[in-house]
Design a protein around this ligand. Structure first.
Ligand SMILES: NC(=O)c1ccc[n+]([C@@H]2O[C@H](COP(=O)([O-])OP(=O)(O)OC[C@H]3O[C@@H](n4cnc5c(N)ncnc54)[C@H](O)[C@@H]3O)[C@@H](O)[C@H]2O)c1
Length: 250
């Protein structure tokens, strides 16, 4: 489908049990990469691996747990001896006004959406530094660019943090031959947005704001991710690119 070829490269995609992560895992496998499919949910990760074509291997782990992340990275290195691509995609999106949100919800959102990217970037970054090359793609959100979302303070804060972390990571890792960028999707049709897509008024509001006149689908994210991981993007780092049908134009 795309003309990017990643034969010989090993790509780790977190949160790949469904949605955008599953599409990315399948896209990387279609581009001939060896894919490490991570999810906290072993069953859905297995489903992603079994539904794809190519080499997809499951590594179930909670990316919000730094020890589990290190064990996963060690296991992938033990199996393949390299990690060339890291996609930080795992995410959660609790909905509650600030005055109602629990401390647990806040901390879990920051842990999964932001701290996990630090844990994986550190563990995989050490491997990539040794190799002298690598690419990291963080799946942030247009919410990371000061786009307010009702009742999603933890989510917006985590994604803004992820955009900031992407830039600092790019700055530090450039010396090691590692590029780091973020993709900032608009509304994509996945489980994460399914409850709100059932609301006709919400849909009308969303669509009125999108020049291309439709929501995104997980496959819409694949082409940009492949490009960012390809040699064609060799001079591109530290960017947070909106992928939203034209909703946000900076
Ligand atoms: N769907 C959208 O509209 C949209 C828009 C912008 C950004 N995003 C981002 O894209 C990413 C994927 O979103 P999606 O819509 O596919 O969501 P989703 O809820 O459909 O899938 C998220 C996946 O992450 C996994 N996961 C959650 N916590 C985990 C953990 N601790 N360790 C490992 N895996 C974990 C889940 O099990 C699930 O398979 C998220 O980071 C999300 O914030 C989504």
């Amino acid at each position: 489908m795309y003309s990017v070829h990643l034969r010989g490269r090993v790509a780790l995609v977190t949160g790949a049990g469904r949605g955008i992560g599953r599409a990315l895992a399948h896209g990387f496998a279609d581009a001939s990469a060896t894919v490490a499919v991570n999810d906290i949910d072993l069953e859905t990760a297995n489903l992603t691996a079994s539904l794809g074509h190519g080499e997809l291997n499951v590594y179930a782990a909670d990316v919000a747990d730094p020890d589990a992340v290190q064990r996963m990275v060690d296991a992938i290195m033990n199996d393949f001896g390299r990690i060339d691509i890291l996609v930080n995609n795992a995410g959660v999106e609790p909905t509650a006004p600030i005055l109602e949100m629990t401390i647990d919800e806040w901390q879990q959102t920051l842990n999964v959406n932001l701290s996990a990217a630090f844990y994986t970037s550190q563990a995989v970054g050490r491997v990539m530094r040794e190799a002298g090359r690598g690419v990291i793609v963080n799946i942030a959100s247009i919410a990371g660019h000061n786009i307010p979302l009702k009742d999603r303070s933890a989510y917006v804060a985590s994604k803004a943090g992820l955009v900031g972390f992407t830039r600092e990571c790019a700055r530090e890792f450039a010396a090691y031959g590692i590029r780091v960028n973020a993709i900032c999707p608009g509304v994509i049709e996945t489980e994460m947005t399914s409850h709100r897509r059932g609301d006709a008024l919400q849909m009308q509001k969303w669509l009125a704001d999108i020049p291309m006149g439709r929501l995104g689908v997980p496959d819409d994210v694949v082409g940009l991710a492949l490009f960012l991981c390809s040699d064609g993007a060799r001079y591109l780092t530290g960017q947070a690119i909106n992928l939203d049908g034209g909703k946000v134009m900076l």
